[in-house]
Design a binder for this molecule. Sequence first.
Ligand code: SF4
Ligand code: ZN
Length: 316
Amino acid sequence: MVNCSFCERKAVYVNHLNGRAYCKLHFTSYFERRVRRTIRKHRMLGEKEHIVVGVSGGKDSMSLLHILRKLSRKNKNWRLTALLVDEGIKGYRENTIPALKIYAERNMVEYKIVSFKDYLGLTLDEIVSTGREKGLPYLPCSYCGVFRRYVLNKAARELGGTVLATAHNLDDIVQTYLMNVINNSWDKIARLKPVADKGGHEGFVPRIKPFYEVLEKESAIYALVNGLVEPGYHQCPYAEYNIRFTIRKILNDLEEKYPGTKYGLLRSLEKIISLIENAQKTPVKPFGTCKICGEPSSHPICKACMYRFELGLLSP
Ligand code: SF4
Ligand code: ZN
């Protein structure tokens, strides 16, 4: 077992890029410093904010909640609310919700749990089986991603949030980047930025991704060494249908053989975004309003309403 590069304690993490090893204590300050730097660099938070943190009860989002709680305790003008969207995935989501409840109650953090059932009338499990009965071609993660973003934005707005923080880490970002390269979706790549402003729509709660530059492995270690989640791994039963699952595995293999692969991809993404923006002359296309539900949308009818219509949850 390696010792910490800064003290005599046992290391919990070795950064293969800078060659340094970190004990629990030094890892915690290393990780928090990196996140604070990302927040500052991208001007994610202003002087007065009501930060709504999108939480699933998993390692990444519990780490994000913990760091933002620490920061907001030092800033009296920041209010913090954790928001969990329960998609209704049997055998999975009920295992992660307790982590949020225990943490929030112990640390007096305001939190709210909303569900697909409340906002859409069906759980994700019911949506998936309805879609299958109707012969729709969509994968569970497609419904889940679209409806989760829809519900998160609505619920964050109802809470009065000025900004919505999500725990997307560097791994998530570069996985999405590669998925969009495969799908030739360059407009979606242009949106993979650490910050998204209102985009010209009052109904859109600005997004920030404070973990944009930290690895999934690092945010998982932070959650474990700070006792934010129980050790163990909960995997969504639908994950294996998603191409992301395969890309994640390939990227992890590459990173192990060639450390720095993921950072390299992030730098490539940043370059591509600026090339797309320069080519378009304007940053990213602003949002319009969905003709059916009135929510922000980049198409005349938002994806959530399109799915609801196809699932028979909307009358024509
Ligand atoms: Fe939703 Fe897919 Fe993630 Fe499961 S794996 S929570 S279905 S996005
Ligand atoms: Zn809509």
